[in-house]
Design a protein around this ligand. Sequence first.
Ligand code: TXA
Ligand code: MG
Length: 327
Amino acid sequence: MTVGFALPFNTMPVPAKASSETIDKAADIIRSGGLAAFPTETVYGLGADATNGEAVARIFEAKGRPRFNPLIVHLAAREDAEGLAVFNEDARRLADAFWPGALTLVLPRREDARLSDLVSAGLPTVALRVPANKTARTLIRAAGVPIAAPSANRSGRVSPTRAEHVAADLGHRVDMILDGGPCAEGLESTIIGLSGPEPVLLRAGAVTRESIETVLGQPLADGRAATQPQAPGMLAAHYAPRAALRLDAEAPEEGEAYLGFGPAPPCEGPNLNLSESGDLREAAANLFAFLRLLDAQNPETLAVAPIPGHGLGEAINDRLRRAAAPR
Ligand code: TXA
Ligand code: MG
């Protein structure tokens, strides 16, 4: 596959600070069928023109995704989303409450939607999100096309929340990396399925289950077990650091690195604290970056403090369980 913006072999793109010029350049790359990584408020995305099948195929190639899993399509405005998918009453309510923001809606795809079939992996549904991050919104508007973007990491690795993470993982596989600083939320978007008889939670994420249930006025069914095809973020072994993980560890054992939460026990080895004050929002924003930092110390085992399960704790614990799953 030839792409105009492919860099010479071996050239590592250095993240470019987001500015109107660099955003325009990234938009050109995307319009020309290339790949540009960009910040969102959740994690960095690996973006391509969602209407261009070859460009979308490059995403899977760059990530080393074993098979074609459906991607989230990023839009600048709600009206653009309504041109691609059918919104029911629940979808409208959720979009009103949480867009722009960290919520993805899986909706019936319109037959005339101008999107590559590869984006939704041949499914009759499509995942849509209007991000809040300013660089992301400016980029989508400048590109003038919907942008398909998974998290900008190699398949199965920890999601990137800094431009340097993208450079370390994907290096020369992307044409450009826009640097918008650390991601404010640090966890992927929450995914709600709205194509069946009732709304289902497909992936816990940066918008809490509780706040969604309040808007819907009903509890969310759990769609995670039933989803076909299995989303990569739903596979057991995902978000995997090199080290083995030991969860719910009140304190580290000898030789372990320790990821704390709240008041921390005394610790000899490499250690970081997700939030000394026990703030789940702060912990979410730090989670992936801290997993990477501790993993870089090459511990055999990384022990992780217990994290409460409410609010953002649901998504944090979900990611930790996947990172700890046997591989
Ligand atoms: O925060 C996020 O959601 C980030 C940023 C970049 O937007 N994106 C992200 O994308 O996490 P990704 O590809 O790593 O995860 C998207 C998830 C996948 O698990 C995929 O299987 C699921 O969304 N998905 C996409 N389309 C779907 C569909 N039509 N039905 C069910 N699941 C779908
Ligand atoms: Mg991902």
